[in-house]
Design a protein around this ligand. Structure first.
Ligand SMILES: *[C@@H]1O[C@H](CO)[C@@H](O)[C@H](O)[C@H]1NC(C)=O
Length: 182
């Protein structure tokens, strides 16, 4: 009887330890920045985004479809050479995987409002472009002139908090193997 109790308690302990380990491992932070495949409402560069920015990208795609435009992505998250590399405040949402730079095309791929049009603010005079920019903002997406769509997260934090987050993200998401050229 005593032996049985000993065996049972050993078993119970090892199960417990395994579970705690599993728990710890599953909670180890993983890089949450990955490619977002936006389908035909997006074109241009590959979109890299934090998982928490994906719902915003979905809204952006849905609004684009409704306004009969296609979001032409010109920039998003890019892995920095070193996590501490300097990033302009205006680029911070991208460096956190929470923003894209864009201009607008027609669903067939012709220009609706290109970079120059965005920069000069002449988008306001194009009905499709005005439709897109007004409606994404109604969905909670932030638009910062001239051509940034983001979730507003970076605007709420101090420069040093942002820097710390950026460093952490770029460390976490750095490719595991060095010397790989992409
Ligand atoms: C992605 O966003 C989540 C939620 O805001 C955050 O906890 C996480 O650190 C971010 N991941 C990266 C790699 O920036």
């Amino acid at each position: 009887m005593f032996k049985l109790i000993v065996i049972i308690s050993i078993l119970a302990t090892s199960i417990l330890v395994t579970n705690i380990n599993g728990f710890l491992f599953s909670h180890k932070e993983k890089c949450q920045i990955s490619e977002y495949k936006g389908g035909k409402d997006f074109s241009g560069e590959k979109i890299m985004a934090n998982k928490s920015f994906v719902p915003y990208l979905k809204s952006i795609g849905a609004v684009a479809k409704g306004c009969k435009v296609r979001v032409h992505v010109t920039d998003s998250y890019k892995q920095l050479k070193t996590p501490t590399e300097y990033v302009l405040a205006s680029q911070m949402p991208l460096a956190l995987g929470r923003g894209i730079h864009f201009d607008l095309q027609s669903p067939k791929g012709s220009t609706v409002c290109n970079k120059l049009c965005m920069t000069t603010g002449s988008w306001k005079t194009f009905p499709e472009t005005a439709c897109f920019i007004d409606n994404v903002q109604k969905k909670g997406v932030k638009f910062t002139e001239p051509n940034l769509l983001h979730d507003g997260y970076a605007s709420k934090l101090t420069t040093s908090d942002l820097e710390a987050l950026k460093v952490a993200a770029h460390k976490l998401c750095a490719p595991k193997t060095k010397n790989t050229k992409s």
